[in-house]
Design a protein around this ligand. Structure first.
Ligand SMILES: [Zn+2]
Length: 390
């Protein structure tokens, strides 16, 4: 821990305390009130530690050096910018102790959590909702063990956040070189677990690296860049075929379903292959939920009008029936997740299957094209891959 209390109940920051042999200091753990002592060396970040290792469930001695260092680093960084910042502040109504608490304005306190070790999904959700439901914002920054590579584990996925300007993003701290890395515009490649993303690093030691600077830089960068999503329609077709050959359960059940509807992995229309923007949030086989939605839309041919309201009801129904399953991502709103339906509608409009007749109503223009044989399909897919249309 970086903060202790003295016998007058004053809070003391380890970074400001001096170690002296002549003077005896009384330091106590703010949580369990047991005596602690100051550890201050040349290499290690100054911090307090318990004399006895048990009985404290808030500040366990398993707190890694990375965690202590990172907290100290962030604290100094906020202080330099004159951003009000509190270390390890206890929030009694939440019974939570964020690593740091900062105020960018008087209204919204922001909790900063530097996560270096495992945490159960349940605890992560509890802590996140504890903050957001009590008027706090929360930012999670990940430690070395969980730095972003080209895939996301289910644990890392919990910490993906979203912002209008920079899309899906992921924050990590590199304590060894004082770097904050932001991965942004993260999106998932269709039919693969690989992620596309842009990354940029900020040196926290540089004078210009303020919070304001970082957000300005990110805004500039993301304006220049776009979600890089290469069209891989032919590969997507082969992916399904392979899944059938290897009897991948979810692909087999998809195939069985479309058979009953008179379709096959060959006849399947291209609309089912085209990726939606927020693929990253969706756990269900992408072809399957799109097929179901397309089937429902085309089944409305009696009057041919689809309203936004109806469509959102259909989406809710699909969620309830487990036909559309999202990943557990506590920082992403359900509204954001449900946008997959809007993106799919946009695809259908671009493909000329639907026509918008108002802001919230569409009319069916034509049926999707079904393929007679694989040759026809592949050549059509290749053509679409090369066209600029997204
Ligand atoms: Zn304690």
């Amino acid at each position: 821990m970086l903060v202790a209390v003295n016998n007058k109940n004053h809070y003391l920051n380890a970074m400001n305390e001096q170690k002296s042999k002549s003077q005896k200091h009384d330091y106590y753990c703010p949580s369990c009130k047991e005596p602690v002592f100051l550890k201050k060396g040349l290499i290690k970040q100054a911090h307090f530690t318990h004399f006895q290792k048990k009985n404290c469930n808030v500040f366990s001695e398993s707190e890694t050096e990375e965690h202590i260092l990172g907290k100290g680093m962030l604290y100094q960084w906020f202080k330099q910018q004159e951003i009000p910042c509190q270390l390890e502040a206890y929030l009694p109504n939440l019974k939570q102790r964020p690593d740091l608490l900062i105020w960018l304005d008087e209204k919204t306190p922001i909790a900063i959590e530097f996560q270096c070790s495992a945490l159960s999904t349940q605890r992560m959700i509890e802590r996140t909702f504890g903050y957001t439901q009590n008027g706090y914002k929360v930012y999670w920054i990940l430690g070395e063990k969980y730095h972003f590579k080209n895939k996301l584990t289910s644990f890392q996925r919990l910490f993906v956040n979203e912002n209008e300007a920079i899309g899906c993003y992921f924050l990590e701290l590199h304590v060894a070189d004082d770097m904050l890395t932001v991965h942004y515009l993260i999106n998932q490649q269709e039919n693969s677990a690989y992620m596309n993303a842009y990354s940029t690093q900020f040196d926290l030691n540089k004078v210009e690296t303020s919070l304001k600077y970082i957000s300005e830089q990110l805004l500039l960068l993301s304006k220049k860049k776009q979600n890089k999503s290469k069209r891989q329609l032919v590969q997507s077709h082969y992916f399904l075929n392979r899944g059938r050959n290897y009897q991948v359960p979810e692909i087999v059940s998809f195939q069985k379903y479309i058979y009953k509807k008179g379709d096959s992995l060959v006849s399947l229309p291209v609309e089912v292959y085209l990726p939606v923007k927020n693929q990253l949030f969706i756990k269900s086989l992408s072809y399957f939920w799109k097929y179901l939605l397309l089937e429902w839309i085309m089944g409305k041919s009696s009057n041919g009008v689809i309203s936004k309201k109806e469509m959102h009801q259909k989406i809710s129904q699909m969620i309830n029936n487990n036909e559309l399953i999202f990943y557990v991502m506590p920082l992403i709103s359900i509204e954001s997740k449900k946008k997959c339906a809007d993106y799919f509608i946009a695809i259908l409009i671009q493909r000329g299957l639907l026509l918008a007749i108002s802001n919230s109503d569409w009319i069916i223009q034509k049926e999707p094209q079904r393929y007679k044989d694989e040759k026809e399909k592949i050549s059509n897919f290749l053509l679409l891959e090369h066209s600029l249309m997204v």
